[in-house]
Unconditional design. Structure first.
Length: 195
């Protein structure tokens, strides 16, 4: 659910496939959104005109596959820029009522798929982590990290070593104790706090 786009040329357009493996026809709507992540990890999104999407809405019958073409049409960025592609099921009843059938109350659960899109920038495609702050907060260690590199970095399995020159503390972040930090995504230019 991740795709990289070039800012121009053939790599600025990609095709996504929607496969309806359910037993009912579904109506879908597709949006491209900007993506910003605050220091504490909260993500905010807004609609963007940096992408063209065709089609914006579609219906997909059971067993059917349809393609969605997504093209980046924004400016070439200096560093990698993150976006979201959201495919959302619309609350539309596509089933035809049979003669004599009455309407019934029901609850529908609608799905939403969220993919990560990254538009490559002019800057070198490497992350660069910098420690901004390290302090004790009660029984916790608060670490402020900045990614001043040109691309995002995904924390999968890593060790954190804290040293004062004499003593050293090493934390294995793939340990279940630090599960919440595994998979953290530090976007290019962003700062995140790890507690």
């Amino acid at each position: 659910m991740t795709a990289e786009f070039d800012a121009k040329g053939r790599g600025a357009t990609q095709t996504f496939q929607v496969d309806n493996n359910g037993d009912k026809e579904v109506a879908l709507e597709i949006d491209a959104l900007t993506r910003k992540v605050e220091v504490e990890g909260k993500e905010t999104r807004e609609k963007t005109k940096d992408f063209t999407i065709y089609p914006l809405q579609l219906t997909v019958k059971p067993g059917e596959k349809k393609n969605i073409r997504v093209s980046y049409v924004g400016n070439e960025p200096e560093k990698e820029v993150p976006y979201r592609l959201v495919v959302r099921q619309l609350p539309v009843n596509l089933e035809k009522k049979k003669p004599g059938e009455t309407a019934q109350s029901q609850i529908n659960f609608l799905f939403e798929y969220v993919a990560s899109l990254y538009v490559k920038g002019k800057a070198p495609a490497t992350p660069k982590l910098e420690l901004q702050e390290l302090k004790k907060e009660g029984n916790n260690l608060s670490i402020l990290l900045k990614n001043s590199g040109g691309v995002h970095v995904l924390f999968k399995s890593y060790n954190l070593i804290v040293s004062d020159g004499k003593d050293k503390l090493e934390l294995n972040m793939s340990d279940a104790t630090y599960d919440a930090l595994g998979g953290m995504n530090l976007l290019a230019g962003d700062i995140r706090r790890i507690l």
